[in-house]
Ligand binder design. Structure first.
Ligand code: AMP
Length: 422
């Protein structure tokens, strides 16, 4: 028997109510901030991610699903959403539109990572980007959208971890300081981190090896190296957050896994935080458009991990609305009435009433048991007697189990008006 590939999941109907709940909240919150939907391809030219996410990052070094297509071009399944959205912004001249251009998408993403709880090879994200503006109020709007989305889902005990990565003016000074510190501790670092110290020292900060983490405890902090404009931006961002009742938690270790971030970075953490529990992360990426060959264009965004949010909802026992049941279940006595029954089912559906019915040749009693299991509000019974009289027996399946008989010709209007037994 074939199995779904390692690190991927089938979302079965019983779990899909979580997905519907989270996706509906995502769309609702995006619309409240006037973010419009964008859909980009599942794969892009490999360079789109290589240039932006960055050589030396785990994603580009180890995790990308990269393949040569039949034309010999290198393509990559998107490991994240931002680079593709900025590519689309540039390609379609969105700089000509009123700025910022505010976009959201619900996407699947692909990383060849070691699968475990909360870490998959195909996972899904609610991705939000606001491009073309460097106002810290925009960083606050985007982070507040991320926060409100998580709390509106019903999650509690969350924290908004924040840091600033600086910009091309102050970051080199910070990287020099960090590199000097890491060189002094080279003997305590893993081989990868010794290499990263020279190539991309920020990546040492999120190494998961305990000895490296110990070294990182004492490492210089990016927030201490900010130039005056970056410091002002960082402070103003946090003031905007506090104004709306969000208390940011300063986290000097927070660097995020992509190289394109400048200035603001954040993550939303659940109450108990581990290495794969972050519910989402975001930040500002003012240099990204240029890395893609475009003009200087600031931007800020976040990605929230749908699987992680669903795990958190289950852990916190947040009740989600159940998947809708059909309004009515049609039950019939005789096989020779099935054309009549099928016609009635389609007529009701065309009128906006959700209908299910039994297939094959099942006894009426079995059909009524199926009607009960379906969660339908009403059973519509068309036995020999009803068909002869042009009527339908309408039976309440939930409370009271009362029933009454109505002319079939009146059924569609009765149901459309929300009626049932009474
Ligand atoms: P990142 O930008 O890499 O921090 O990813 C943003 C969010 O996506 C993370 O905070 C997680 O919620 C989620 N995420 C990242 N990688 C995975 C993965 N391999 N499996 C499931 N969710 C993930």
């Amino acid at each position: 028997m074939y199995q779904a590939p390692r690190g991927t999941q089938d979302v079965l109907p019983e779990a899909s109510s979580y997905w519907a709940y989270v996706e509906q909240e995502a769309r609702g919150q995006a619309l409240l901030g006037n973010y419009a939907e964008i859909r980009t391809p599942t794969f892009e030219a490999t360079a789109v991610f290589q240039r932006t996410v960055g050589e030396g990052t785990d994603i580009v070094e180890k995790e990308m699903y990269t393949f040569l297509d039949k034309g010999g071009d290198s393509m990559t399944l998107r490991p994240e959403g931002t680079a593709a959205v900025v590519r689309a912004y540039l390609q379609h001249g969105m700089k000509q539109r009123p700025q910022p251009v505010k976009l959201y998408s619900l996407i699947s993403t692909y990383r060849y990572d070691r699968p475990q709880k909360g870490r998959y090879r195909q996972f899904h994200q609610f991705n939000v980007e606001a491009i073309g503006e460097d106002d810290p109020m925009l960083d606050a709007e985007v982070a507040a959208l991320h926060w409100r989305f998580c709390t509106a889902l019903g999650l509690s005990g969350l924290s908004l971890q924040v840091n600033s990565m600086g910009d091309p003016v102050c970051r080199p000074r910070y990287l020099d300081g960090l590199r000097a510190y890491l060189r002094a501790h080279a003997a305590e670092l893993c081989d990868d981190c010794r290499r990263r110290t020279e190539a991309n020292p920020l990546r040492v900060l999120d190494c998961k090896n305990p000895p490296c983490q110990l070294v990182v405890q004492g490492a210089p902090r990016s927030a201490d190296f900010l130039c005056a404009p970056c410091r002002a931006h960082f402070e103003q961002w946090q003031r905007y957050l506090r104004v709306v009742g969000i208390e940011p938690v300063l986290n000097a270790r927070l660097v995020r896994g992509m190289d394109y971030y400048t200035r603001s970075v954040w993550e939303v953490w659940p109450p108990v935080h581990g290495s794969q529990s972050a519910l989402g992360g975001g930040g500002r990426y003012d240099g990204l458009a240029e890395q893609l060959g475009g003009p200087p264009t600031p931007g800020v965004g976040f990605a929230a991990g749908i699987e992680r949010l669903i795990l958190a909802l289950q852990e916190q026992r947040v009740a989600v609305p159940p998947a809708p049941a059909p309004r009515v279940f049609l039950a019939y006595q005789r096989v020779e009435d099935k054309e009549h029954i099928f016609h009635l089912a389609e007529t009701l559906r065309a009128g906006g009433v959700s209908v299910d019915l039994a297939f094959g040749e099942r006894k009426l009693g079995k059909q009524l048991a199926a009607a009960d299991r379906s969660g339908a509000q009403l059973a519509l019974i068309l036995g020999e007697r009803e068909i002869a009289a042009g009527t339908v027996t309408v039976k309440e399946l939930r409370d009271g189990r009362e029933q009454r008989t109505v002319p079939e010709a009146e059924l569609a209007d009765l149901l459309a008006a929300g009626g049932g037994v009474r």
